[in-house]
Design a protein around this ligand. Structure first.
Ligand SMILES: [Zn+2]
Length: 157
């Protein structure tokens, strides 16, 4: 029954991503984000449900890093132009997954945690998603692992 529900959910949700508004920008960046959303839904339905639960808008911004913000107008994930220009749907999916956990912490603060601790949790969350991807680019995994090592060192100082 649960399997049926999950299958129905996937069938019903994959063709339309009406829950999240993707702003039009660049050379079809919004379409790439649509593909990234589909990849997330196919890879891990729970990660996808969390994402659509916390995020209303996906927008783009000129900054070295992707980020996020909660506001009256909608909770937004900002994709850095550099990430948008990289020709990798998997990278965009990773950005969305990573930032969705930050949004989740902003919306549902559990305990006061250090910035580095939250960052570490987001990279661990991202890495477990990468490990479920069928053919992730090796540098995606390498980057997440490197960040986890760096942040673990800060945390244990
Ligand atoms: Zn982060």
């Amino acid at each position: 029954m649960k399997g049926l529900f999950v299958s129905l959910f996937l069938i019903l949700s994959i063709p339309c991503f009406s829950q999240i508004k993707v702003m039009k920008a660049g050379d079809g960046w919004d379409l790439k984000v649509d593909s990234a959303l589909a990849l997330i839904a196919q890879t891990d339905v729970n990660v996808y449900i969390r994402l659509i639960d916390v995020c209303d808008i996906v927008d783009f911004w000129i900054s070295p890093y992707s980020s996020n913000n909660i506001s009256q107008d909608g909770n937004t994930i900002y994709i850095a132009v550099g990430d948008a220009k990289m020709n990798s749907i998997a990278n965009l999916a990773c950005v969305l997954v990573h930032e969705s956990l930050h949004l989740n912490y902003l919306l549902h603060p559990v305990t006061q945690s250090l910035e580095e601790e939250e960052e570490l949790k987001c990279y661990i969350y991202e890495l477990s998603f990468i490990n479920k991807l069928p053919t992730p680019e090796p540098w995606l995994q390498a980057n997440a692992v490197e960040q986890i090592h760096k942040l673990s060192k800060i945390k244990t100082k």
